[in-house]
Design a protein around this ligand. Sequence first.
Ligand code: GAR
Length: 214
Amino acid sequence: MALPSILVLISGNGSNLQALIDNCNSGKIPGKIIHVISSSSKAYGLERASQAGIPTMTHELKTYYRGIPKENKDARDEARAKFNKDLVNIIIGKLKPDVIVCAGWMLILSSDFLKPLHQAKIPIINLHPALPGQFEGTNAIERSWKAGQDGLVDKGGCMVHYVIEEVDKGTPLIVKEIDVKKESLEEWEARIHALEHEAIVEGTIEVLKQLNAK
Ligand code: GAR
């Protein structure tokens, strides 16, 4: 029987994509990465995918915003809606993955993107470098490090969760914690990333398991 197909969405370095590639290759993840989509043409993750023989494409918001001034909010909203619509059409109409994994995808996915996926019954999960209910949105690693050093929290971590419209708030599949200690941002970041490389693999195995159970 063919392995379930995985689409990975990235925006940057792709170290979590690498963890997925390595663990699909070793057979630990019972799935096959069929495509990688990046929101940036400069993402190093595109190189990692190509080296692994995985087809890639770039879907950049700036192409859609070209020529529209920031002040023209209506035209920008329209461009963003078109960006979402085109992306979802590529995914549902062409790639047809069994699951989608956001591994460092940095754009907010709104309901006009998520609703058609839910209708098509394609689960979508996301990796976030903070614990549930803490530091949603961007720069979570830096914000959680600062809160830890200021004595406001004594734990940090990461989670893999189902994507819903509210940013970084969907039901968690995997949560991993570490204790705060006195350390530099770089040290905290390295510990969070090491944790993420395990969480993304476990989260993907879990979503595939839940898919098979349906
Ligand atoms: C990871 O730390 C991931 O949690 C974060 O981007 C990084 C991507 O690293 N994602 C978010 O903050 C999403 N809210 P990578 O490109 O090396 O995998």
